[in-house]
Design a protein around this ligand. Structure first.
Ligand code: UDP
Length: 374
């Protein structure tokens, strides 16, 4: 009888984004051979940065690394030097400037209150209109910060970002945002925060340095042949696409980025400015050099226009409403039935993960795979 031919690689990893790169790195470190493929012409997925005029441009939107997880922080710091960037976005509402996240600076600017007690009283009065457990984003927002902040800083921004009425959105989205009764403009509560001084592309390059990488290679267009190259497959793309949309398409929000280089040194004085009124079509302007305290003579800014995802566009945010969650569950069940297929990442898990959560998930999956092989 003919001996079955040995596959060339232990693992085929589909997607060279953060999830794929960390998984490949860990498996490779443990002596496994990995082939990483991506249909884009570059590695690093959505955290890809491109250097232009000496500035690292966050091509697929701002990526700020922040985490509670010490192991994750130590892990990424082995592969890149991180700077001390602290995200302190500001909001522009009809020309008025407010600090984010919602904190004493915001409350003072809005109501003239000076002490936490005055601010808490103000919010307590406004929160009164929500009588029961919040059942959607609007009720959740009002019960967190009151109607004034909801109307000026949340409603317009959120409805632009998600293309849906705040009453139809799940409450959990807004729970990402801290509310503080101190004068602290740090957007995140995590103890560790920063941006790689040489950009994310360098970080991912280092993660992948001992792995075979093939770009502009579309797994789904050549599934049979590519699958035969490895014993196991780790797929990080969208599951609905993997299964040829057999239960219908999952909904995503997409973004259009309009980037320009300006011949001035400093356009807006901050890395991120959110435009929170509904009538301005973009949600925010990113000035990339400020992520790295850049002193270049020119600057690069990007306007971010949210839109509904359609085939051919990049999906960014999963729309995690009930209908889509149920649909996703069907795809997930199917994926579990496929032999030697493992999935992970923001796309494949259809989850609104931050980068640190992705690294955590990738460390856990690679550990589990290696354990299983023992
Ligand atoms: N949000 C808001 N106003 C702002 C910024 C954020 O209402 O100025 C809300 C909005 O609903 C958004 C959510 O907070 O979807 C999460 O925002 P975050 O900045 O965490 O989103 P990301 O950076 O992932 O796009």
């Amino acid at each position: 009888m003919e001996k079955p031919t040995q596959a060339q690689y232990d693992y085929l990893i589909v997607g060279a984004g953060l999830f794929g790169a960390v998984t490949a790195n860990r498996l490779r470190e443990a002596g496994k051979s990995c082939l990483v493929i991506d249909r884009r012409p570059h590695i690093a997925g959505n955290c890809y940065t491109r250097r232009q005029a000496g500035i690292d441009v966050h091509v697929y939107g701002a990526h700020i690394f922040h985490t509670f997880d010490r192991e994750v922080w130590q892990f990424v710091n082995q592969y890149a030097e991180f700077n001390r960037f602290t995200n302190s976005p500001i909001a522009n509402y009809k020309g008025e400037i407010y600090n984010l996240p919602f904190n004493m600076n915001t409350f003072n600017r809005l109501w003239g209150v000076r002490t936490p007690e005055e601010a808490e009283n103000m919010i307590a009065k406004q929160r009164d209109e929500i009588k029961s457990e919040p059942s959607n984003l609007e009720e959740q927002a009002i019960s967190l910060v009151g109607r004034d902040i909801y109307e000026k800083l949340i409603k317009g921004y959120t409805e632009k970002q998600w293309g849906r009425d705040c009453c139809e959105l799940p409450a959990f989205i807004i729970r990402r945002l801290p509310v503080r009764f101190t004068y602290d403009n740090n957007y995140f509560n995590d103890p560790y925060q920063g941006i790689p001084v040489n950009g994310y592309t360098e970080l991912v390059t280092k993660l992948l340095q001992d792995c075979a990488v093939k770009l502009e290679t579309d797994f789904l267009k050549d599934k049979e042949a590519l699958s035969s190259l490895a014993d196991k497959i780790i797929f990080t793309g969208a599951l609905d696409e993997y299964f040829a949309y057999r239960f219908g398409k999952l909904a995503y929000r997409s973004l259009k980025f309009v980037t320009e280089e300006l011949h001035i040194a400093n356009y807006q004085g901050n890395a991120v400015v959110n435009y929170t009124e509904g009538s301005i079509p973009y949600t925010r302007i990113i000035e990339h050099k400020h992520f790295n305290f850049g002193q270049q003579p020119t600057t690069i800014v990007t306007r971010e226009y949210p839109c509904e995802w359609q085939e051919g566009m990049e999906p960014y945010y999963p729309v995690n409403d009930q209908l889509n969650q149920d649909k996703y569950k069907n795809y997930f069940e199917l994926s579990k039935r496929e032999k030697n297929l493992y999935i992970g990442g923001r796309m494949a898990e259809y989850a609104y993960y931050n980068m640190d959560q992705i690294v955590r998930k990738a460390l856990d999956l690679s550990r589990k795979l290696l354990e299983n092989e023992k």
